[in-house]
Design a protein around this ligand. Structure first.
Ligand SMILES: [Zn+2]
Length: 423
């Protein structure tokens, strides 16, 4: 049953309503995970789900799942699930994450309005703390949902502001009763903005996402000796700032040596005491390494470790490293990837296959059910930025393809061809 008609205005209005909770310049928005802003976004979602008559459940890590069974001929079957996240980075846009959640609501609303019957129920999820900006690791809610991270460990996680996940969940009233790990859906499909320039550059509307890059996040703490900037001879310094910058430069170099699709970023660097006339005694920094190829990613990690050892010896500083997140590359279900392509073609839309450079909740769901993702273009590839923008026509295309893909999967016989791809 293809050709679901969606209401683009409703989608845009809901995205605007979410963004208006804590607006930033332009179209931007800030909803850091488990803050009052995040709570306000969650409250809106709960209201929308209630208006739609969904069966709403909140689990022990705060994931919100709304299930629509009213149109299902076999309401007790595992649902086809869609969704994404409502949290943003501190300088977020209005589409990253929110689009996937709002689109899921829209698909259900459109199906309900058309009087459509599906075989299976359809569910829409908003996962807790996907961004990882306040609490590491990122994709925390979906990881706990699939049993990849113990609930107690997640609840005990301390954020960059000293807050604890469990405490913040209680504070905003979103520590739910549903147990984790949660039940595996029949399939999971997430609509998301590309957050990269490929689709726009090639003039293609729909990305059929084949998988997600592996991610390795490390935090390095460099300890040297804080001292007077004028009286300390260069040869006697143990300069944590200099060591940190040498590592940052070395990361750029090792990325080019590993080559291929390797990327590397030093995104956070904090010096102490951070004063103009004092040699830094301490530096805290992060290194983000990603690759679609696991062996190459390991090579990059090995080279980083060698670099750190070398810099520590040269500058006579101590460097402690700690893993903040480590995920292997993920391949999505071939049948769903093809289904996204053929659905786009059926709608008269251009499409291409591509791998995701960013992490997504879908990569966690891929551990428990056949999974895929749909990308729509990001203007100039910009995201994690208030300037993030996706054209209305592309939003419409993405939600329509999502609706058709969900309709098709919801009609699957039992156990369903998609099950062949289950891991
Ligand atoms: Zn996202």
């Amino acid at each position: 049953m293809a050709g679901v008609r969606i209401d683009l205005t409703r989608v845009e209005e809901r995205l605007a309503e979410l963004a208006a909770l804590h607006p930033l310049d332009g179209l931007g928005s800030c909803r850091l995970a488990l803050t009052d802003d995040d709570r306000a976004g969650r409250d809106l979602l709960i209201t929308w789900m209630g208006d739609l008559g969904l069966d709403v459940g909140i689990d022990a890590i705060g994931n919100i799942v709304g299930r629509w069974s009213a149109g299902a001929d076999e309401p007790d079957l595992p649902p086809v699930m869609t969704g994404s996240h409502l949290d943003t980075v501190a300088t977020g846009g209005r589409f990253d994450g929110a689009l996937g959640v709002v689109a899921g609501l829209e698909v259900i609303e459109a199906l309900a309005a058309s009087g459509a019957r599906t075989r299976r129920p359809v569910a829409v999820a908003a996962f807790t703390n996907e961004e990882g900006s306040r609490f590491a690791p990122d994709m925390m809610g979906s990881l706990v949902y699939v049993g990849g991270l113990a609930l107690e460990v997640a609840l005990d996680t301390v954020g960059i502001d000293g807050a604890r996940v469990g405490h913040e969940l209680d504070r905003i009233g979103y520590r739910g009763a549903r147990p984790v790990p949660g039940p595996a859906p029949h399939a999971f499909v997430e609509l998301h903005i590309e957050q990269g320039p490929v689709l726009e550059h090639e003039g293609v509307t729909i990305g059929a996402v084949t998988g997600v890059q592996g991610i390795s996040w490390q935090e390095l703490v460099v300890t040297g000796q804080s001292n007077h900037a004028g009286t300390t001879p260069m040869a006697l310094r143990r300069d944590a700032g200099h060591a940190a910058v040498a590592i940052a430069a070395g990361v750029r170099e090792l990325v080019s040596v590993v080559g291929g699709r390797q990327v590397g970023t030093v995104g956070r660097l904090h010096l102490e005491p951070n004063l103009v006339n004092v040699v830094a005694g301490r530096a805290t920094m992060t290194v983000d390494l990603r690759n679609i190829d696991e062996a190459a990613l390991r090579e990059a990690e090995k080279r980083l470790s060698e670099l750190v050892t070398e810099v520590a010896a040269t500058e006579r500083v101590e460097i402690a490293s700690r893993s903040l997140a480590r995920f292997e590359p993920v391949e999505f279900d071939e049948r769903i990837v093809s289904l996204v392509e053929s659905t786009a073609t059926g709608r008269g839309l251009t499409s291409r296959r591509l791998a995701s450079g960013a992490g997504h909740d879908a990569q966690m769901m891929a551990r428990v059910c056949p999974t895929g993702m749909i990308f729509v273009p990001s203007r100039q590839g910009i995201s994690h930025n208030p300037a993030e923008f996706t054209e209305p026509g592309h939003l419409r295309a993405g939600v329509e393809v999502l609706a058709d893909v969900i309709s098709t999967l919801a009609a699957d016989p039992d156990p369903g061809p998609g099950r062949a791809g289950a891991r």
